[in-house]
Every structure is written in structure tokens, then in C-alpha cells.
Design a protein around this ligand. Structure first.
Ligand SMILES: [Zn+2]
Length: 475
């Protein structure tokens, strides 16, 4: 009892801070949601689109505390996800490409590691690979973000309770063929490996620690299927989030759940922003918000002890909501698109295979594009748009084959790239580039300690405040 009183007193002293005020609520359950590449324009586009459909908009845009943070790294005005992830995880600016190390190469302590030391359960979740940059920033200490195998080993070393996502990238090391598979190593370390399934099944399997990923037959181990391309059976980010909450936050014997820290990344938002695919970015952001709303449900059960922070690591693409010739956005145009740029690329590649050795007829390409983008009926292609698409068809299907427009993560068919530009232009959106920008990103906060997030200026402020309101480093 005496020891508990001393700990409590220390905690009070630490939480009192320089203002002399006592934190009235302690955040026992901390959710940090990171929309990768999700700048204010991406949030606004998705929110406007939902509202145009008669819905209530994105759940987090009404959170009571909001602000903006700068995202520059120590080395560049425009950050990458590794440096931005390190800033959000540890409160330290570092060099682009670097995970969990400062500019001198020293390891920095992340809030996830501190949460674990403080006795909290810890989960790291994403819609892309578990060892991709943003999730890795919370457990890895590595000078190269592409060293996926080594980063996977760091996940084991960190020993968090739960890792969830599309899968693991570079399961075998690229440089020494004899080394063990990351999945085998996770299994030997006591992780129950669950591939897909619904959350109650996954949690019912029990086990102290879990690696939750897509089924083996999933088409891409590095990414869930983009929300717009789903046909119904694929694992989704909301399902992953529900599994994490059930795994970490289930009450036992009428006692409240043990404290936990959960980071959830919407990683595909960034990939689709790199490809300037507006409708798919909107669908992905809506899906990300559906994950946040599950945390909001948890908050309603434990409002005094739950903190939810939603932010982005950086903006991607320089998205502009409004494009000059439109005073009104034509948001219905986005709803007519039924495949992402990568989904449409896949359908065009199927056509190439079907017509192997001979040119694919324009009529076939045109039909696939019009079906995927909703260029039908009153929304049929204008002669100008048809000309643009036909020119891209000629250069990529008849004058050469397999020409791809490369965005950072996707090799995109030029015709698909052109079709996405037509959709964006019709709807009233424009993109400045296929890369990250230096735009400040929004922060939305709900719950215990949210009032201490009012004066944020820099992305490194976010973990600093989480540390204080969650008492990490003081328990
Ligand atoms: Zn990116």
C-alpha cells in the first residue's frame, strides 16, 4: 500500500507539470490513428463526399480538440514516413529513411515501448505490411526503412502483445538464404499467428501474443485490398481494428480492461495519393474513419480513461479541393468509380493476357475503363476525354507494350492513370504531384487529457503530450 501511495504521488508530481495544474483524467486506453498521407484536403474530400450521400461525415472531424502540426524532418522540409513515424512515435526529428534513431544514430525510446514498460498491453496495426515504415517506427531502430527482415526482427525484440496488418514483407532475408522465416520466428517467440477470420474467432483462439494478418491466398502480402476494390471476403482495416480492441480491451471478471496503447495506421491512403486516385483516396479515408469509430465506441464505454488521437504523418499529392473552373464540386462523380487505379490496372493487364501476341482492341480497353470509372449514360466520355484516353491507349497498347506510369508503390497502366485524371477533373479536384508535401497535417483529439493537445505546433508534440497524459515513464 505504502509503495502504491509513493507511486501515486510521483505520478501526480509528474502530471502536474509547469502550469501547476493536475491532470484530471488519466488516459489508460490510448489510441493513436495515423492516416498515412492524409492531409486536411483528403479529410475534407472524404467528409464532403459522405455528407453529399446524406451521411453524418467522418466521425473524427467533430472531435472536440483540433489543431495542425508541422511535419518536416531533421533532414528535409518534406518528410518521409520513416522520419515522420519516428517523430510521432518518439518525439524526435530524424533523417528521412531512418526509423527509431536520432540524427546521430542513437536509439530513441518510443511511446509504445514506454507504454509496455509502464505495464500496458501494446498493439501495432496497419493496412499495409506490419514491418512497413509507419508501424515500424513504433518498435524498430534501423537506419534503413527498406531493411524489412531486420525490422521484422526488431518487432520480435520489442515483444509487443499484438501486431496486425496485411502481412510481413521480406519474410526471408534478401541477403542470406539460410536464415529463418519471420513467421517461424514469430511462432517460436510465442505469437499465435492468425490469418484472417472475424475478430471474435481470432480472439477466441487465445494466446498471450498474436500476429494477425491476411489469409495466405490474399493477392498482396504488403497491402490489404483497397476499400474501393473489395468484393466482400477480404480482411479490412476496421476488422483489424476490431480484433485489436477485442484482444487488448476485453474486460475480465467485471474488472475494467488492463491499460493499453494501440496504434492503427491507414497506410493505403498514402499509396493511392501517390497515384492521384481521388475516388479511391476518399473510399480509403472513409474506411480509416470506420476504424476510428470503433475506438469511439470503446471511448463511450470508458470515457474517463480513453484517449483517441487521429492525425497523419504527412500530406501526399498536394490535393486541391476545387479546381478553378468549378465553383461546385461534383462529388457524385467519385461514387461512380468502382475500381482503384490499381484495380483498373489489373483489369487492363488481364486484357493484355487475353489478347497475347496481338493488339488489344480499343473497344475492349474503352469498355473496361468506362465500366470501372462510371463513364456511362449521362456521364459518358466527352469527345475530348475520349481523345485523351485513346492517345494513351495508342502509346501504351499499340506503339509499345507494358509501358507503366510509376507511382511510388504501384506500376500503373497509362490508360488507368489518364482515367483517374478525368475523374478528378470532373469532380473538381486537382493534384500537385505524385509525392509527399510539406503541408501541415490536422490532429483530432477526443477523451482523457484531450485538453492538453490544444497548443500543438509540431508532430513531435503529439507523443510528448501522450506521454504526459498516459503517465508513460512514470508508472
Ligand atoms: Zn508515401
Amino acid at each position: 500500500m505504502c509503495c502504491r501511495w509513493i507511486c501515486r504521488a510521483v505520478l501526480v508530481l509528474l502530471l502536474t507539470g509547469s502550469t501547476g495544474r493536475l491532470f484530471s483524467q488519466e488516459a489508460r486506453y490510448v489510441f493513436l490513428f495515423i492516416g498515412d498521407g492524409m492531409g486536411l484536403a483528403q479529410v475534407q474530400a472524404a467528409d464532403l463526399w459522405l455528407r453529399s450521400q446524406g451521411g453524418p461525415g467522418l466521425c473524427f472531424v467533430d472531435f472536440p480538440v483540433q489543431g495542425f502540426v508541422a511535419t518536416h524532418s531533421a533532414s528535409h522540409t518534406v518528410t518521409d514516413s520513416a522520419a515522420a513515424g519516428t517523430a510521432l512515435a518518439a518525439g524526435v526529428k530524424t533523417t528521412n529513411g531512418t526509423l527509431g534513431l536520432d540524427t546521430a544514430g542513437r536509439s530513441v525510446v518510443t511511446i509504445a515501448e514506454q507504454a509496455r514498460l509502464a505495464g500496458c498491453r501494446v498493439g501495432i496495426a496497419t493496412s499495409v505490411a506490419v514491418n512497413h515504415a509507419t508501424p515500424a517506427a513504433f518498435y524498430a531502430h534501423c537506419p534503413e526503412r527498406e531493411s524489412y527482415y531486420r525490422i521484422g526482427l526488431d518487432a520480435l525484440r520489442a515483444g509487443f502483445d499484438l501486431y496486425a496488418g496485411a502481412g510481413l514483407k521480406e519474410v526471408q532475408p534478401s541477403d542470406s538464404l539460410g536464415a529463418r522465416s519471420l513467421y517461424d520466428l514469430f511462432s517460436e517467440a510465442g505469437y499465435r499467428i492468425v490469418r484472417g477470420g472475424n475478430s471474435s474467432d481470432a480472439v477466441a483462439l487465445g494466446g498471450e501474443r498474436m500476429l494477425f494478418v491476411q489469409p495466405e491466398e490474399a493477392p498482396n502480402p504488403s497491402s490489404l485490398t483497397p476499400a474501393i476494390d473489395r468484393t466482400g471476403n477480404e480482411l479490412t482495416l476496421p476488422e483489424i481494428t476490431r480484433t485489436c480492441i477485442d484482444f487488448l480491451g476485453t474486460a475480465t471478471n467485471s474488472a475494467p480492461p488492463a491499460p493499453f496503447f494501440l496504434m492503427v495506421e491507414g497506410g493505403i491512403v498514402d499509396w493511392l495519393c501517390h497515384a492521384n486516385d481521388t475516388a479511391s483516396v476518399v473510399a480509403e479515408t472513409v474506411d480509416f474513419a470506420a476504424s476510428v469509430s470503433l475506438a469511439a465506441d470503446f471511448y463511450r464505454r470508458y470515457p474517463e480513461h480513453t484517449l483517441i488521437v487521429v492525425t497523419a504523418d504527412h500530406e501526399t499529392g498536394g490535393l486541391s479541393v476545387g479546381k478553378g473552373e468549378h465553383s461546385t464540386l461534383l462529388l457524385d462523380v467519385l461514387g461512380r468509380q468502382s475500381a482503384s487505379v490499381i484495380g483498373l490496372t489489373g483489369r487492363l493487364k488481364t486484357l493484355r493476357r487475353r489478347f497475347s501476341g496481338t493488339s488489344v482492341p480499343w473497344s475492349e480497353v474503352r469498355a473496361v475503363v468506362c465500366e470501372a470509372c462510371g463513364f456511362q449514360g449521362a456521364q459518358a466520355l466527352t469527345p475530348d476525354e475520349e481523345e485523351q484516353l485513346f492517345r494513351r491507349y495508342e502509346t501504351s497498347f499499340t506503339e509499345s507494350d507494358e509501358t507503366a506510369v510509376r507511382s511510388l508503390y504501384y506500376a500503373v497502366e497509362p490508360v488507368a492513370d489518364c482515367a483517374m485524371r478525368i475523374v478528378s477533373r470532373r469532380a473538381g479536384f486537382a493534384w500537385g504531384s505524385g509525392a509527399h508535401t510539406a503541408a501541415p497535417v490536422p490532429v483530432y483529439v477526443l477523451g482523457a487529457g484531450s485538453e492538453y493537445f490544444r497548443d500543438l505546433r509540431d508532430n513531435t508534440d503529439i507523443p510528448r503530450v501522450i506521454r504526459r497524459v498516459a503517465g508513460y515513464g512514470s508508472r
